[in-house]
Design a binder for this molecule. Structure first.
Ligand code: KG4
Ligand code: ZN
Length: 350
């Protein structure tokens, strides 16, 4: 079975082809990605209308490239999958519209995928796929969640951010320090030259006793430091970046460990753009070695948005029998869509 996946929820157009055979894990045949980072950089963040227009320009050439690389013709596709949400409405509509038009033209079924499920299942694209059940730390630009994952489509929300997401904390702090967009990679690169103890920044909700997060206060603390430093900021920027990163990472690590303990599990999957953060990986490695944890990350290319994770999630949902693809080509998108809406029979909170 050949599944084409189209991702267009934010500022990356991703297209990929996976092949599923019997009970084996689906394998990636080809993928192509166009990042809009250069285009949005001038504005310091994603401009939704520009994002939608660029997805329109990119999606068909990327699809042709993927099919060409895989040596597969359009008529050989079995299913066309697309990101249905959450994300920017206009951007999602491009992928959904193209996928459903392709499906209708080819008389092939289509399937709408949850973007976060794509992130969650992205480690299955790599050479060290996890086994169920596991705890997942989903850390992207828009979401920070801890989930208990029993199997494909069986997700229990353990905790989430009550305000900003971890990626947003990186991005907004970076912006306050005058670093470029997206801030996460820029801030973490600068942090490598800084001293994380140089500034005392809050660890929000660290001792809250639950598995929720809050990062809005941290951003305010960074703003206060930036104002206090004034012209000294330039000389102290690496230290402030290191301290900010350390605060975010400590909360993510401690809450992930608490979630594992709460669930009685020793397997952690870290997915989403912030999962690429080197300091987060290093801290988890130390904590994991102490507690004999198994840690799984997507390969670096699959941490941020991509089409492969959407094709993979679709193929895994089909293989698990939790969803079937449909020949109904009327589509809607879900800019807001809790991942737990996909689960049946699991409570949504501890
Ligand atoms: O998963 P993703 O590509 O898009 C969303 O679905 O949001 O995540 C993007 C987020 C951005 O906030 C970006 O700054 C952050 O991931 N990010 C990082 C790193 N690479 C990407 N944050 C910290 N360190 C990184 N190395
Ligand atoms: Zn994402």
């Amino acid at each position: 079975m050949l599944v084409l996946g189209i991702e267009s929820s934010c500022d990356e157009t991703g297209v990929a082809l996976v092949e599923a055979r019997g009970t084996d894990l689906p394998v990636l045949r080809a993928q192509a990605l166009h990042s809009q980072i250069d285009m949005h950089q001038a504005y310091g963040g994603v401009v939704p209308e520009l994002a939608s227009r660029d997805h329109i320009r990119r999606v068909l050439p990327l699809t042709q490239r993927v099919l060409g690389e895989a040596g597969v013709g359009l008529s050989q596709l079995d299913v066309v999958a697309y990101t249905r949400g959450p994300g920017l409405a206009g951007a999602l509509l491009v992928g959904a519209g193209v996928a459903c038009a392709l499906g209708a033209a080819l008389d092939k079924p289509v399937l709408g995928v949850h973007h976060l499920e794509g992130h969650l299942l992205s480690p299955f694209l790599g050479s060290d796929p996890p086994q169920f059940p596991f705890v997942a730390l989903l850390v992207s630009g828009g979401h920070t969640q801890l989930m208990r994952v029993e199997g494909v489509g069986r997700y229990e929300l353990l905790g989430e951010t009550i305000d900003d997401a971890a990626g947003e904390a990186f991005d907004k702090s970076a912006k306050l320090m005058g670093l470029g967009y997206p801030g996460g990679p820029a801030l973490s690169q600068l942090a490598e030259q800084g001293d994380p103890r140089a500034f005392k920044l809050p660890r929000p909700l660290l001792h809250s006793g639950d598995l929720d997060f809050s990062f809005a206060g941290l951003k305010t603390a960074v703003l206060t430091q930036v104002k206090k430093l004034g012209p000294e900021l330039e000389a102290r920027k690496a230290d402030l970046a290191a301290a900010t990163q350390a605060a975010i990472v400590e909360v993510l690590v401690r809450k992930s460990l608490a979630a594992l303990e709460h669930c009685g599990l020793d397997r952690l999957v870290v997915a989403g753009g912030v999962g690429a953060n080197r300091a987060l990986r290093a801290e988890l490695k130390v904590a994991g070695a102490k507690r004999k944890l198994r840690l799984h990350y997507p390969e670096p290319d699959w941490c941020t948005d991509n089409g492969a994770m959407i094709a993979m999630a679709a193929a895994m949902r089909l293989a698990a029998g939790v969803q079937s693809a449909s020949r109904c080509y009327a589509f809607d998108v879900k800019p807001r869509w809790p991942l737990t809406d996909l689960s049946s029979g699991l409570s949504s909170r501890t």
